[in-house]
Every structure is written in C-alpha cells, then in structure tokens.
Design a protein around this ligand. Structure first.
Ligand code: FAD
Length: 479
C-alpha cells in the first residue's frame, strides 16, 4: 500500500494530532515532513517564535525517532516540496491541518494545485480548533460578530474527542535511510534565533508540564486569579496553542474531567477558562470571515480616525515600546514582553488601551510590535485583542471607556509585586508609600524613573474629542 505524507505545520506533537491519526488509520506507513517555506523567512516570524519553533521541532524529531520514524525537513515552496516528496516516496496522499489564516489558505491552494496534476490527494483536516473557524452561524445565517451569542452556540456545538498518541509511526525503510534527503534542523539559519532573554521553552513535554501544573492548582481558582499579573493564575499555554504542541481536544477533555471533580466555585472557574478558549476560536472565526481585519479596522468609521503622526508621536511610541512612559503598570508590561516574549492578558489590555487612547497611536503599530515580540503571536488573537482594546473591532471595548492606568495598577497589582518585578527603579524606591502606581504624586519621586509622558485627564479628553469627530463624520449618534 502506498504511504501517506504527514505535513506538520502548527500541530507539532504526536498526541491528539488529527492529520497524523487519520494518515495512520488509512495507510500502512507515513512520511512526516516539515516544509520551511518563505513564511519562516518573513520578518514577521519573530525571533521568540522561531526559537520556540526550533525547540518544538527538535523534540518532535526525537519523539518520531523514538517511534520508529523520522522528521524530514525540506525547503519550500511547499507545493513543490510536497509534490517532489510524493514522487520520491510514491505517496498517494498528503495529510495536513486546515487553516483559517489568509497565509495558510493561500498555501493550501498552492499545494493543492501542485499535487493535483500528479494525482496526489491533499486532505486538510480540522485540528487547530474545537469548532472550525467560520462554521457557526446566527439564526439569520450570518457570521457572529459579538462574543456572547457566539459563546452560547460554541458551547452547544459538537466537539471531537482527543486522538490517541500512536505507539509507533511506521515509516518506509527508504525514508529512514540516512541517505534520504532531509535538511538537518541545526542548519537553517533562522532556526538558530536567540529569542527573548527568557523565551518560553517550546515542545510538547513543556506544554504537558505547564498544563498539568496549572490544572492541578490554578484552574479551579482561575476566575479570580486570571486578572492578577503578579500571580501564576493563567496557564501560559498560548505559544503552545499557537504551535500546536498540545492538542486542543486533549485540553478540553481534561478540563471537563477536572470540572466533574470540582466544587461549585471550581466549576465556575473552569467554565471561565473554557470561555477563554472560545475567545481564541471567536477571533479565528472573525479572521476567517473577514481577512481584511489584518489591515483595516473592523468598524469602518475608524478608517478616518485622526491617529497621531510626526515626531512627537514617534517619541511617544518609542517610550511605550521601551517601557518608559512613566506609568508603572504600562512600563512593567512592556518590559515583561521584551524579556519573556509574553505578557499577561490584563496588562496586554492596559498597554494596548494606553497606546491607542492615551497616545492616539494607530492600533496597527502596536499590533505589529506585539507580533515582533510575542512568542505566542497569533494573527487572529493579536488582531482581535488590539482592535478590541482600541475600540474599533468586533464586540469592542467602547472607545469612550478608557482604562485609567493608575486605577488598573492599584486594582490588579495592589501590593505592586508585578510592577516591582519588572521596573527595578520602583522596586528600589523607598518612598513609594501609596504612590507606587503614580510615582509623580509622591513628595520625592524616584530620580531614575521617567515622569508621565502624558497627563491622564488631558489624554482622555483628547481621545474623546478625536472619537467624537469620527462619530460625527459617520453620522452616528454621540455617546
Ligand atoms: C492587545 C492584545 C493582544 C493579544 N495578542 C495575542 C496573541 O498574539 N496571541 C495569543 O495567543 N493571544 C493574544 N492575546 C490574548 C491573551 O492575552 C493571551 O492569549 C493570553 O494572555 C495568553 O496567556 P495564557 O496562555 O496564560 O492564557 P490563559 O488565561 O491560560 O488562557 C488559555 C488560552 O485561552 C486563549 N485565550 C485566553 N484569553 C484570550 C483572549 N483574550 N483572546 C484570545 N484567546 C485567548 C489563549 O489561547 C490562552 O493560551 C492578546 C490580547 C490582547 C489584549
């Protein structure tokens, strides 16, 4: 029987891997491959993600070897590489995951065209989400643009059970022969990226370790703990979900098992955690239905928004980027991002609101910086989070609701543990008292920490005036 190619992309694991499982069920042998196409050379594929990818691939390679197989690595373009590999191995089909992102869709078309003329089948199966992006519709048959009704339908929708880890991955002898061409993982230059100083470690073993630790302690307290950036109240699984080093069906099945054993508050927390997984799927659906959001505001009235430009805007953007705005919670978040390639969700919302509303810098600039610095950079969630924060997206935080960074800091980091961890100037400051989140109010602010680059009340008034201008232009009622 002819083998099947298993094309790994953002599902870098053996457990709960739908294309691998389907290929093994339908064929006696499989040929696992990763294709390094131009996407990985793209500037947007940031160093933190390349490092995470490289570590995840090394582990996948070892796991396949332990099961009698081998991870082949070929250079792209993907269509040419997969078509050539099918000819070399006599494979009759290529199995991969389907993709809601514009890049992934274009890739699928390219691969399909390259395989079709030689009669090789392409089978792209749902693997990255519990409910395929774009598959849910409102009663009137339209795509969802508001989260709460989406969540209701999403909770009701059928979801597949996790697939087992294969004990063995039978692979043709010719492919196992070391003379069969494959690029050593140590060779591609970009896979040697250093990443952020404390980059999240990649690989399925690390994902399992994080998930077990989180599930056994923080999951049942997630509802309260998830908003406290100093605590380990969230799973930190986001880069693992981005690269598929843990299966989404496995997560849901184990969260449901924990729910059965939990008391009422624990169950409420697990429900909130599952709703966060649904946010990820909501934004994936928004991107699947509206690829234009990658470059445009979801709400067209924001096309004419008077974003700041010029030298002053550049200086403000640089201060935000480098964690020197003078607002401790904002600076702590931006420094965490630079150091860890990750930032706590509450703080992502605060820094995004600050950039777009206090500094009036276009959300696209913030989104691009996050993309360049995050290990979990995900086009759909990043875009959705930025547009939500800027007030121009689906289901958005209304523009006129402007986070006060001092109050946010006092509420979610009351003892200042998070700010002190990331802003050493403030950790060393003896005279903080009750002013840690507003150092300028203290009789003697720390000399080595910047004064606020904008005054909250002034910035708020300016943002509201800008918003009123576009509301007026769009002819919509004022707030
Ligand atoms: C401005 C902004 C940009 C963001 N950019 C990204 C991004 O590039 N990649 C990314 O994965 N998430 C992004 N998020 C969403 C969220 O901040 C992260 O998913 C979360 O902080 C990851 O930490 P965690 O794994 O500990 O999350 P947990 O709280 O443990 O949640 C579990 C999983 O649910 C998903 N999730 C949780 N919250 C959200 C959310 N608000 N939106 C979408 N999915 C969610 C993630 O996959 C996460 O790993 C962004 C949010 C904002 C406000």
């Amino acid at each position: 029987m002819a083998p099947a190619i298993v094309w790994f992309r953002r599902n870098l694991r053996l457990d709960d891997n739908v294309p691998l499982d389907a290929a093994l069920r339908g064929h006696e042998t499989v040929v696992p491959v990763l294709v390094l196409d131009d996407h990985y050379r793209d500037e947007d594929f940031s160093p933190p993600r390349l490092r995470f990818l490289a570590e995840s691939l090394r582990e996948l390679e070892a796991e396949l070897a332990a099961r009698g197989s081998r991870l082949l690595v070929r250079n792209g373009p993907a269509g040419d590489a997969l078509a050539a590999l099918a000819r070399e191995t006599g494979a009759e089909a290529v199995y991969g995951h389907d993709d809601h992102e514009p890049h992934g869709r274009a890739l699928a078309r390219e691969v399909d065209a390259a395989l079709a003329w030689q009669g090789t089948r392409l089978r792209l199966l749902p693997d990255l989400h519990l409910v395929s992006p774009g598959s849910l519709r409102t009663d009137s048959g339209r795509p969802y643009a508001v989260f709460t009704p989406f969540l209701k339908r999403w909770r009701e929708a059928d979801k597949a059970a996790p697939r087992p880890t294969p004990p063995r991955v039978p692979t043709p002898d010719a492919v196992l022969d070391t003379s069969f061409p494959s690029i050593p993982l140590s060779r591609p230059l970009r896979l040697r990226e250093v990443g952020a100083p404390a980059n999240p470690p990649g690989g399925a073993r690390e994902a399992r370790h994080l998930w077990d630790g989180f599930r056994e302690s923080a999951l049942v307290r997630y509802e309260g703990g998830r908003d406290v950036p100093a605590a380990s109240g969230t799973s930190r699984l986001s880069p693992h979900l981005r690269f598929g080093t843990i299966g989404i069906r496995r997560l849901l099945a184990e969260a449901r098992a924990a729910w059965k054993d939990a008391d009422a508050p624990g169950r409420a927390s697990i429900d909130v955690f599952v709703a966060e997984l649904a946010w990820r799927e909501f934004y994936a659906s928004i991107l699947a239905e509206n690829p234009r959001v990658l470059t445009e505001s979801f709400r067209p009235e924001f096309d004419g928004f008077p974003w700041s430009a010029g030298e002053e805007a550049e200086e403000r953007f640089a201060a935000w980027r480098d964690g020197r705005t003078g607002y401790p919670i904002v600076d702590a978040g931006m420094r965490q991002l630079a150091h860890e390639g990750w930032m706590h969700n509450r703080v992502r919302m605060i820094v995004a609101s600050f950039l777009t509303k206090h500094l009036l810098v276009d959300w696209r600039r913030g989104e691009a910086l996050f993309r360049a610095r995050l290990a979990d950079g995900d086009p759909a969630s990043n875009n959705g989070g930025w547009q939500w924060s800027a007030g121009c997206g689906t289901d958005a935080q209304p523009f006129f609701r402007i986070f006060n960074p001092v109050l946010q800091g006092e509420r979610f980091d009351p003892d200042g543990a998070y700010v002190k961890r990331w802003v050493p100037e403030l950790a060393a400051w003896k005279g903080a008292g009750r002013n840690l989140h507003a150092p300028w109010r203290a009789p003697s602010p720390p000399a080595d920490y910047p004064a606020p680059i904008v005054d909250h009340a002034t910035a708020r008034a300016r943002a509201l005036a800008a918003f009123d201008a576009i509301r007026g232009a769009a002819g919509s009622p004022r707030r």
